[in-house]
Design a protein around this ligand. Structure first.
Ligand code: KG4
Ligand code: ZN
Length: 355
């Protein structure tokens, strides 16, 4: 069985075909992503109207390419269409949702709406050679076991979810203000880095000295499973301002930027790992699952690996190309959680969250 996935919730236009074998093994047949990052790097962030207009020009070529690369150039040969219907930017979501509805009608194929946030979790169920490579002693043929704690860390979200089974999930907490990726991006912007700044901060942190600046760990010891990163951003801003004239004669050197990057990354990782491990211990889970763009951060993955082997919990994180927004994760989420919906009944829901 083959599912065509479509994802346009933010700035990417993505399409993918996955093949599902009888025992629910998910094989990636194609994974095409057109990014409009270059446009957003110029403006230091995403302008929704610009993103949606760009996606309109990409959507059909991206779907055609995904079908061709999967060896099913004729859309009639797929079995279902999975589509992200929220959360996200309304203009962007509409590009994908309306295209998927049209294809469902034209090809007479079932349409399966998917919550983007669950998509990030299900990137961990795709069987790719690089999945969990070098990270997990239990190899890449083993899937997450329930109960599990999923941490979704992206530019828009930081959420902890308890998964008792595929269909039984409980949202434990999320960010009260900025998401972890947003904190990386906003602090990066103050430092003069290009959007999105997460990967650059990770790179700079490698040559940064730890504990140069005493940055806060907001809500780390709070009883809730909530997060908060805006205070960290303000604290970083205050440190950076100390290097701006007329306050200071000192200038922001590459070493200073690296030191700040290191402390920012350490603070974010410290809170994410501590609270996730706390949730894992509280609910006595067997697996910890990471998803979202920030999950591409190697230091974060390494820290999780250390903690997970210490507490005998299995750790899962997708390969880097499946951490960022993609349509393969959407098609995979449709396999385990999706419910067919008639195309006439589907509307985009930008405010969609966890149930
Ligand atoms: O999941 P994603 O592609 O889009 C959203 O749904 O938000 O995540 C993008 C976010 C950005 O904030 C970006 O800075 C962050 O993921 N990111 C990283 C890294 N790679 C991407 N953050 C830290 N370290 C990285 N290596
Ligand atoms: Zn995302």
């Amino acid at each position: 069985m083959k599912i065509l996935g479509i994802e346009t919730s933010c700035d990417e236009t993505a399409s993918s075909v996955i093949d599902i074998s009888k025992n629910n093994k998910i094989t990636l047949m194609s994974n095409v992503i057109a990014s409009s990052l270059v446009l957003h790097a110029k403006t230091g962030g995403i302008i929704p109207e610009v993103a949606a207009r760009d996606q309109i020009s990409h959507i059909i070529p991206v779907i055609s390419q995904a079908l061709e690369q999967a060896g099913v150039p004729n859309g009639q040969d797929i079995d279902a269409i999975a589509i992200t219907y929220g959360p996200g930017l309304i203009g962007s979501l509409l590009v994908g949702v309306e295209t998927a509805k049209t294809l469902s009608f034209a090809w007479n194929k079932p349409l399966i709406p998917v919550n983007h946030l669950y998509g990030h979790i299900y990137a961990n169920w795709i069987d790719t050679p690089s999945l969990r490579a070098n990270e997990n002693e239990h190899g890449n043929d083993i899937l997450p076991e329930f109960p599990a704690i999923a941490l979704i860390v992206s530019g828009g979200h930081t959420d902890l979810v308890l998964m008792k089974s595929h269909k039984e999930t409980v949202w434990l907490g999320g960010t009260r203000d900025d998401a972890a990726g947003e904190a990386f991006d906003k602090i990066g912007r103050i430092l003069g880095l290009e959007y999105p700044a997460g990967p650059m901060i990770e790179e700079l942190a490698k040559s940064g000295n730890a504990k140069t600046y005493l940055l806060p760990r907001p809500l780390k010891y709070d009883k809730s499973f909530d997060f908060s990163f805006s205070g960290l951003k303000t604290a970083a801003l205050r440190e950076i301002q100390k290097f701006s004239p007329p306050t200071s004669q000192k200038s922001l050197t590459t070493q200073t930027i690296s030191d700040i990057a290191r402390d920012v990354q350490d603070a974010i990782i410290d809170v994410l790992v501590y609270k996730t491990m706390n949730a894992a211990k509280t609910y006595k889970v067997k697996s910890i699952i990471l998803g979202g763009g920030v999950a591409a951060n190697l230091t974060l993955r390494e820290e999780f690996l250390v903690q997970c082997s210490l507490f005998k919990v299995k750790f899962f994180a997708p390969p880097k190309n499946l951490c960022v927004d993609n349509a393969a994760m959407i098609a995979t989420a449709a396999v385990f959680q999706g419910a067919e919906t008639p195309w006439e009944e589907l509307t985009a829901d930008p405010e969609l969250y966890f149930d």
